[in-house]
Design a protein around this ligand. Structure first.
Ligand code: ZN
Length: 315
């Protein structure tokens, strides 16, 4: 009898906890919605599975909440920018169907850099579609080396997250053409040694705008990476200050958050509330302010890394 009562109590507790979990899944105090996906809810797989949504006439967001996957339909098939990683790959594939396209029609998978959260699903989506996977030579090598090191350290990739076999090598100045769409390739290192960026025309109610995907929006790898990153930001400020639609690789950036808390999901919500109003994703001022923040942040990062390196030498 007593045993049964304890068991019943335990079951009730489990149910209550599950209910509480469902109710409290959301931003933690002080966190923005977009931030919650990379912060308090980063391991909450169900929370991450947001509904896909249309951003521009020719751009859809089909990724989980923490990492972007952009779908670009063209007159001759689909382009996918990044793929996310397991356990989200089937969900990404399903999202492509949900917004009305056949994932078998993906012709190109353009990777923004050689980090697992961006390329993890590439091999699986290639197997499904026969798409070419594009990345710079430097980041193809970086991706392979990272994986080899991880395996050596006993931290090999989970099944489904293996780095794809080397495929299409892209470089500065290339143009990838699919039907009516042209993707211009730039190399803007600093986050990884060879992060590519993609420029293409996006449309809102058939009106063209300058769209841009910056593959590596945060410095890594100490003074060397920081210095490369700052150079990339300076180039963006000089040559790409006119970007109108920044298609960012994460809904929230830990390094330099989007100005006014305008992450991808906040912009989505503004758009949903006023579907006939101006498209909030067209926002050159937001891009330029972010470049300013990233510039200042990169200068600070380099100074901090230099101080760390000096301290290391004197110890
Ligand atoms: Zn990364």
């Amino acid at each position: 009898m007593r045993g049964t009562r304890i068991a019943t109590f335990a079951v009730a507790m489990v149910a209550a906890t599950a209910l509480m979990g469902a109710q409290t899944a959301g931003p933690a105090p002080g966190e923005s919605l977009s931030q919650s996906y990379r912060g308090s809810q980063s391991r909450n797989v169900e929370y991450q599975k947001i509904a896909p949504f249309k951003v521009m006439d020719n751009v859809y967001y089909v990724g989980p909440g923490s990492v972007s996957v952009w779908l670009v339909p063209t007159s001759a098939g689909l382009i996918l920018i990044d793929t996310a990683q397991e356990p989200y790959v089937d969900y990404v594939i399903d999202n492509i169907r949900k917004v009305g396209f056949d994932p078998k029609n993906i012709k190109y998978i353009l990777l923004t850099h050689g980090h697992l959260d961006h390329f993890g699903g590439a091999a699986k989506i290639k197997a499904l579609s026969g798409a070419r996977i594009a990345l710079t030579e430097t980041d193809w090598n970086f991706m392979a080396t990272q994986q080899a090191n991880a395996i050596k350290n006993g931290r090999g990739p989970k099944p489904g997250d293996e780095a794809p076999a080397k495929d299409m090598v892209i470089k500065e100045g290339d143009t990838i053409t699919l039907g009516d769409t042209k993707m211009k390739v730039y190399v803007l290192p600093g986050h990884t040694p060879g992060s590519p960026a993609y420029e293409f025309t996006v449309y809102d109610n058939k009106k063209p705008y300058k769209g841009f995907v910056f593959g590596g929006p945060g410095p890594r790898n100490g003074v060397e990476g920081g210095t490369e990153f700052l150079k990339s930001i300076e180039r963006l400020e000089k040559d790409f200050a006119d970007v109108q639609v920044a298609l960012n690789v994460h809904s929230f950036l830990n390094s330099y958050p989007y100005p006014n808390n305008m992450g991808i999901l906040e912009l989505r919500d503004v758009k949903a509330k006023n579907p006939n109003g101006p498209n909030p994703f067209i926002n050159n001022a937001l891009w330029r302010q972010w470049l300013k923040d990233a510039h200042a942040g990169a200068v600070k990062y380099i100074a901090e890394e230099k101080a760390k390196a000096q301290k290391g030498q004197t110890n």
